[in-house]
Design a protein. Structure first.
Length: 506
């Protein structure tokens, strides 16, 4: 029943932690899926933007080149003449000085009507006309990626330059890499170019790209051509684990913090519950033991009083003295029980005062041996004493400490040939005491708690040996007050050794 009480909260804690961990894992999994979708969306948006940016870069390069060609008097002549139908309107001419096909074109401008000075090659009106042609060309190229030209030479030159730039995949790769980094994605990628006549591959890549968590973009038109076939580009990425980790670092840390925080809180509450249960058990054991200890002297005193009162014992002086001695003995026993409890209470209040004096530890050992002979005459106490064991301490309390240890060694020794040995030795500025018995020993898992108040090694619901679990607690407190150390070595079937170290001067 006791184990089930402890196990139930422990099982509950594990279930709560498992549920919380599962919830956090599901949350992180969902976050990863959403981030993968976001990753797929980003690489497509960036590639689409890159192609548009690349087209604008080509348009800028073409317009700059076209302006230079228009202003080059060895290739083109820009001049003006009055409009024959409207003398107030100026007509502008662009003449090709190299090619014979499409040698010239003419037009008027709504925003400009001034004539061009034929003797001034750098005429500002000529420059305005040239930039007008360039601007119209650029808008048409950006919108349709087609070459609309005014003369054969300019058209051919623009077409050749546009073709070279459209087929420059390195420029597209560099621009995409820059845009990807600007979007916060550092994952490696490759650009794959396919012709639109390769329908099987095109369709396969398209189907794969439309998966929400695909590591590949959709095919996008590049403007390049291969043997008159339109060329598409697809970007494929490696698994973006580093990118995902960077995006999810804070959620991961928060999840780990929540799980650890809840785990620590649950373990803390479990330890409190377990401690409370242990304290409740210790209290119940103490009350049971105290009840058994008190019943015997109370019953003896009651029986003696009843005999003195009702059975005419008072006329027999010998019997009267016998009953009175029993009453006195049991009263002393009751007083000893009360004093032991009061001593423990005084320890808790730190009210214990030591009356220290300098004495020989060996003399104290002999006094303990005499007390032992009186209480346990059937068990021999062996003494192994050092030569120099002078210490400073409270003789009364230290004697009771040693007697408690010897008394425990006798009471808890079920061996037919009990061996109890008490020895002293000197270690520089410490005097050591060891109390050994060849009893059944103490299980290892109980040793850390053996000096706790009210603690007794469990033997089921009944303790066959009387006590309150206060003896070793008293020993530990007294040795601590003397600024000493007490340790215990034991094991089932190996006996028990209690080691005490006391400073020579405290």
């Amino acid at each position: 029943m006791r184990n089930s009480f402890i196990n139930r909260p422990l099982i509950g804690i594990f279930i709560c932690l498992a549920i919380l961990l599962a919830a956090q894992c599901y949350h992180l999994y969902s976050s990863i899926q959403l981030q993968r979708i976001e990753f797929n969306k980003s690489i497509n948006v960036v590639l689409e933007k890159t192609i548009a940016d690349n087209r604008k870069l080509r348009a800028d390069s073409l317009t700059n080149a076209m302006y230079r060609w228009l202003m080059d008097t060895t290739l083109t002549s820009i001049y003006s003449e009055p409009w024959s139908g409207n003398p107030d309107q100026t007509k502008y001419f662009v003449k090709d000085l190299v090619a014979t096909e499409h040698p010239h074109t003419d037009f008027s401008l709504s925003f400009e009507n001034r004539p061009i000075d034929p003797n001034n090659n750098s005429d500002s009106i000529k420059s305005i006309v040239a930039w007008h042609i360039v601007k119209v060309f650029r808008n048409q190229y950006v919108d349709y990626e087609s070459i609309f030209y005014y003369t054969q030479t300019i058209g051919d030159s623009a077409t050749q330059l546009s073709t070279r730039m459209r087929n420059d995949t390195l420029m597209l790769h560099k621009t995409y890499a820059d845009n990807i980094r600007a979007a916060g994605i550092s994952t490696d990628f490759n650009l794959k170019f396919i012709d639109d006549n390769d329908s099987a591959q095109f369709n396969a890549l398209t189907r794969q790209a439309y998966h929400a968590q695909s590591l590949q973009t959709r095919p996008y038109k590049t403007g390049a051509h291969n043997k008159s076939q339109r060329v598409y580009v697809v970007a494929t990425f490696e698994d973006p684990a580093q990118w995902l980790f960077g995006k999810l670092l804070i959620p991961i840390l928060v999840s780990v913090g929540i799980v650890l925080g809840v785990a620590i809180a649950l373990v803390y509450f479990y330890r409190i519950i377990r401690k409370q249960k242990q304290l409740a058990q210790l209290k119940n054991d103490f009350i049971d033991n105290m009840t058994h200890e008190l019943k015997t002297p109370i019953a003896t005193i009651a029986a003696a009083a009843e005999a003195l009162q009702h059975f005419g014992v008072r006329e027999d002086e010998v019997k009267t003295n016998k009953y009175l001695n029993n009453v006195i003995h049991q009263a002393d026993r009751l007083n000893a029980i009360v004093n032991k409890v009061l001593e423990v209470s005084s320890f808790d209040r730190n009210d214990v005062l030591l009356h220290k004096a300098t004495f020989q530890l060996n003399d104290l050992m002999r006094e303990v041996q005499e007390m032992h002979k009186t209480v346990h005459p059937e068990v021999t106490l062996n003494m192994v004493l050092a030569t120099d064991t002078e210490i400073t301490g409270d003789r009364f309390h230290l004697k009771h400490v040693l007697f408690n240890l010897v008394d425990n060694a006798v009471k808890y020794n079920a061996s037919e040939k009990s061996v109890i040995t008490i020895s002293t030795h000197r270690e520089q500025d410490h005097s050591g005491i060891t109390v050994y018995d060849n009893g059944a020993g103490i299980p290892a898992d109980h040793l850390p708690k053996i000096f706790e108040k009210f603690y007794r090694v469990p033997t089921g619901n009944i303790h066959r040996i009387k006590g309150f679990g206060l003896g070793l607690y008293y020993v530990k407190k007294i040795i601590d007050l003397h600024q000493g150390f007490v340790t215990i070595e034991s094991g089932q079937g190996k006996g028990t050794s209690v080691h005490i170290k006391l400073p020579v001067n405290t």
